[in-house]
Design a protein around this ligand. Structure first.
Ligand code: URA
Length: 196
């Protein structure tokens, strides 16, 4: 991706990024996937949710978080009166890994420039990392989600809050209470941003 070149355009950089991203063939994941699943949502509201990578439903429909985990995500958001349209939701990896396995380092390296460009273009004030993969990328590759969830991290002028991935919550119902709590923090931050 010629990010420098993309950034030289004034207003429609995001659409250009998306168009470029949808054509990506930089790793072998695209060979087995139906297509690239680009992030989507509000480009102006300054909150970004980042998951791991598309699953089967996302791959089929070409949109992030539209399967069971996505439905749970919507419920959690609704519990604090946030809607999908209030934020931007994306993944570290944009093509479905076979069988939803964890993305490999080379796939990550091939793909991450898209996420980086999404962050640079949208300039979120708050990023929520959903689960281990996004947390490792944005906070620290050595860090475990269990240690850092619910804690705020500052990276430049972005505040990052790791929380459990909704797919993990589907498998571990008892952990849902932590996400209700974390999203209360996120809602507070969102309200504060909107007051600025
Ligand atoms: N899990 C993710 O990490 N991302 C999606 O888009 C769907 C499920």
């Amino acid at each position: 991706f010629k990010i420098q070149q993309l950034f030289s355009y004034p207003n429609d950089n995001y659409q250009k990024l998306k168009k470029e991203a949808l054509k990506c063939r930089r790793c072998q994941l695209r060979e087995e996937a139906n297509g690239v699943v680009m992030g989507e949502g509000n480009l102006n509201n300054k909150i970004m949710l980042i998951g791991e990578g598309p699953g089967a439903n996302e791959d089929r429909l070409g949109r992030p978080f539209v399967g069971r985990a996505g439905k749970l995500m919507d419920k959690i958001l609704a519990s604090v009166k946030l809607k999908r349209e209030d934020l931007y939701i994306t993944n570290v990896i944009k093509c479905r890994p076979p069988g939803n396995r964890v993305p490999r380092q080379n796939e990550f390296e091939a793909c991450v420039s898209i996420l980086r460009a999404e962050i640079e273009l949208i300039k979120p004030k708050v990023i929520v990392t959903l689960g281990s993969t996004a947390t490792k990328y944005l906070i620290n590759p050595e860090e475990s989600i269990t240690n850092v969830r619910g804690k705020w991290f500052e990276r430049g002028d972005i505040f990052i809050l790791p929380t459990f991935h909704p797919a993990y919550l589907l498998r571990n119902e008892k952990m849902k209470k932590y996400s209700w709590y974390d999203f209360k923090l996120i809602k507070k931050a969102a309200d504060r941003i909107n007051e600025l």
